[in-house]
Design a binder for this molecule. Structure first.
Ligand code: SF4
Length: 312
């Protein structure tokens, strides 16, 4: 027999294992939207005349974030939602995923902004990979360059908050990984950013309490056309292990991911007091915020330059 919604008599489309409720599509949407609104509120007041940027790659989480912010702030004409997409230049992958972002932006009438590695650094990710000898793979360059691109574009178009699509699974994995690696400094720095640092556009994480599976259901109910393929350079085996461990724990003990994030939030302030953010200064080469004289992006750029010279 088809399960019935725990809130009304309609057929249920989702079973929320960690709270034991069956929900129909309307109540499921309300369930997600209510928690996202609460999360946004907790991450700081959105002042009048704010422009929020959504970092969108075309995957499920970034497009669900975009759709939710677009829906939630529709009643606030003084808040503008815009998109920033980074084109790293990964052939056969990124151009296809960005097509989904452009399609969503045109359907929902959201301004689209793009920034590319080629324009900012002079090389795309495929070219960097041809000389890359890092055992950590492409992401060690790409992650740093992506953050740099997002920050400069966000400042260029006057964005005061940058929303990312990190979900509950991502959060629980990152917390666990940092605990296991005893990296307390990194743990203290996990977003969202309630404290504004000069030169850095603060990040907000509206989906922080929404499990990945619920994002997928929300995307399906709303007919969100997202890009499903994985980046061909993604090789983060360690994160995959933590994902498997969490899946096992969640299956045996529903609510584990929530408990991990609740525990983290309970110690977050004391962690930040013990490991306060380092004082930022301007990079002497690019003027972006950094704790050193030369920022990590400029250091990596120089490394790629040397590798390119060596190869030619
Ligand atoms: Fe870049 Fe790594 Fe993400 Fe691919 S998986 S887009 S290489 S950070």
């Amino acid at each position: 027999m088809m399960p019935i919604c725990s809130k009304c008599q309609k057929p249920a489309i989702a079973f929320i294992r960690y709270n034991g409720t069956h929900l129909c599509s309307d109540h499921f949407m309300l369930f997600v939207e209510k928690r996202v609104k609460k999360t946004i509120k907790k991450q700081g007041r959105i002042p009048q005349h704010t422009r929020i940027g959504v970092a969108a790659s075309g995957g499920k989480d970034s497009l669900v974030t975009l759709r939710l912010l677009h829906t939630i702030f529709q009643k606030r004409p003084d808040v503008e939602i815009v998109v920033i997409s980074v084109n790293e230049g990964i052939k056969g992958y990124r151009e296809n995923s960005l097509k989904k972002v452009k399609k969503a932006c045109s359907e929902w009438e959201i301004p689209y902004n793009e920034i590319s590695f080629k324009d900012v650094f002079g090389w795309n990710m495929d070219e960097i990979q041809q000389v890359n000898n890092s055992p950590l793979g492409a992401c060690s360059y790409c992650g740093v360059f992506r953050r740099h691109c997002l920050n400069i574009k966000a400042k260029e178009i006057n964005i005061s908050r940058l929303a990312t699509g990190h979900n509950l699974d991502d959060m629980a994995q990152s917390i666990l990984m940092n605990f296991v690696n005893a990296d307390m400094k990194k743990l203290a720095r996990l977003g969202p950013h309630e404290h504004i640092q000069p030169g850095l556009v603060p990040r907000m994480m509206p989906l922080r309490w929404i499990p990945e599976k619920e994002n997928a259901i929300y995307a399906l109910i709303n007919n969100i056309d997202f890009y499903e393929s994985m980046c061909p350079y993604s090789v983060n085996a360690l994160r995959g292990t933590f994902k498997d461990v969490l899946y096992l724990l969640e299956t045996k003990n529903p609510g584990t991911r929530h408990s991990i994030l609740h525990s983290y939030d309970a110690i977050r302030e004391s962690l930040r007091n013990q490991f306060p953010p380092a004082e930022l200064k301007k990079c002497i080469l690019c003027s972006e915020p950094t704790t050193q004289d030369v920022c990590q992006t400029c250091q990596l750029k120089e490394k790629v330059k040397q590798l390119m010279i060596k190869k030619s």
